[in-house]
Design a protein around this ligand. Structure first.
Ligand code: TYM
Length: 328
C-alpha cells in the first residue's frame, strides 16, 4: 500500500518556540518513520506582514538548520523553501478564483492580525489560500499543526471540495492532525493566549535556542494559581495545565499519569521537572544546530528539495490549467 502523505510548514518569522516544536516539528519527527513526509519553510507567508529583509534571510537559514537539529531526517523528508517553488503562488491564484471573499473574512487569524494594523496587506487576507495551495499541490493526507492553524486546514478542505465539484477529481481532501496534549501551548506569563513567536513579553515564551538557565528561569516564573495542587484543570488552573501539557508532549506520559505522579508535589518541584525535560531536549537540539548552521549541507538539502518539490507541484499546476480550460 502507498504511504500516506504528511505535510506541514513553519514561518521563518523568528526563533521557533516550544509551541512550534510541540505543535508541528515534534510531530513530524515521529511521522517521518511511517509517512511520506514533506516539511517546508513558509517564507512567502512570512512577508504578509512587514519583515526586515536581513532578518528574514537569517531566519530562513536558521529554521532549516533547526528542522534538522530537531531530528527531521533529510533522507526521509522532502524539505524545501516555499519561495523556491513558483508553482505554489500560481496554484494559489487559481484557487483564489474559487474562494469567496466572505469565507476569507471569517478567518480568525486574519481578524486578529488585521485588527492590530489598519494598513494590513492584501496578502494577509489571501494567506489561507496560499496555505491551501501548499497542502493541495502535494495531495497531502495529513497536515500536523497546532490548533491555531486548524481553521486554515479546514478552508483548504472546503476549497478542494469545491474545486473538485466544479472541475472533477483534482485534489485529495486533507485532514488536520492535532495532538491532544500539544494542541495549544500557552504563554507562560499569560495562559489565556498561545505561546507565540511574535509575543512582546519574552518571559512567557520559550525559544528553542534559549540557554538552559534562561529556560529554567522562565519555567520557574510561569504563572500558576493559589490552589497548590498539580491538577489538569484548564479553567481554574490554566498555568499548571499548560505545564502538564508541555510535560506530557515531551515525555509521552498522559495527563492522568502526570497528575498522579505529582499528586503530593508542590509547584516548585513540578516546575523543576518540567524545566529539566525541556532543557534536556533543547540542549541536544542546540548542539546539532551549532554544527549545522554554517555547513554547506543546508544548501544541498534546499537545492535538492527545490527540484523535487517543483516536479510534484508542476504536475498539479498543469492538471489544474487543463481542467480550468487554460492552455496547457
Ligand atoms: P506558524 O509558523 O505560525 O507556526 C508553525 C506551527 O506551529 C504551531 N504552533 C503551535 N502549536 C502549539 N502551541 C502553540 N503555542 C503554537 N504556536 C504555533 C502552528 O499551529 C503551526 O503548525 N500558516 C502556518 C504555516 C503554513 C502551513 C502551510 C502549515 C503555511 N503553509 C501548510 C501547514 C500546511 C503558520 O503560520 O504557522
Amino acid at each position: 500500500m502507498e504511504k500516506k502523505v504528511t505535510l506541514t510548514g513553519l514561518q521563518p518569522t523568528g526563533v521557533i518556540t516550544l509551541g512550534n516544536y510541540i505543535g508541528a516539528i515534534g510531530q513530524m519527527v515521529e511521522y517521518q518513520e511511517k509517512y511520506n513526509s514533506i516539511l517546508f519553510i513558509a517564507d512567502m507567508h512570512a512577508i504578509t506582514v512587514p519583515i526586515d529583509s536581513e532578518t528574514l534571510s537569517k531566519n530562513i537559514r536558521q529554521l532549516i538548520a533547526l528542522y534538522i537539529a530537531c531530528g527531521i531526517d533529510p533522507d526521509k523528508n522532502l524539505i524545501f523553501l516555499q519561495s523556491d517553488n513558483e508553482f505554489h503562488a500560481n496554484i494559489s491564484w487559481m484557487l483564489e478564483c474559487n474562494t469567496y471573499f466572505g469565507e476569507l473574512s471569517r478567518m480568525t487569524q486574519f481578524k486578529d492580525k488585521s485588527a492590530k494594523n489598519a494598513n494590513f496587506s492584501a496578502g494577509l487576507f489571501t494567506y489561507p489560500v496560499l496555505m491551501a495551495a501548499d497542502i493541495l499541490a502535494y495531495d497531502a493526507d495529513y497536515v500536523p499543526v497546532g490548533v491555531d492553524q486548524k481553521q486554515h486546514v479546514e478552508i483548504a478542505r472546503d476549497i478542494a471540495i469545491r474545486f473538485n465539484k466544479k472541475y472533477g477529481d483534482v485534489f485529495k481532501i486533507p485532514e488536520p492532525l492535532i495532538r491532544i496534549e500539544g494542541t495549544k501551548i500557552l504563554d507562560l506569563q499569560d495562559p489565556t493566549k498561545k505561546m507565540s513567536k511574535s509575543s512582546e513579553n519574552q518571559k512567557g515564551v520559550i525559544r528553542i535556542l534559549d540557554d538552559a538557565d534562561v529556560i529554567r528561569k522562565k519555567v520557574n516564573a510561569a504563572v500558576t494559581d493559589s490552589i497548590g495542587k498539580v491538577n489538569y484543570d484548564p479553567i481554574n488552573q490554566p498555568g499548571i495545565t499548560n505545564l502538564i501539557n508541555i510535560y506530557a508532549s515531551l515525555t509521552g506520559l498522559n495527563k492522568e499519569e502526570i497528575a498522579k505522579k505529582y499528586a503530593d508535589a508542590n509547584y516548585g518541584t513540578f516546575k523543576r521537572e518540567v524545566g529539566d525535560v525541556i532543557i534536556e531536549r533543547f540542549s541536544a537540539v542546540q548542539e546539532k544546530y551549532n554544527d549545522l548552521i554554517n555547513s554547506k549541507r543546508l544548501d544541498e538539502i534546499l537545492d535538492e528539495g527545490k527540484e523535487k518539490s517543483r516536479e510534484i507541484a508542476k504536475k498539479k499546476y498543469i492538471l489544474m490549467k487543463e481542467k480550468i480550460g487554460l492552455r496547457r
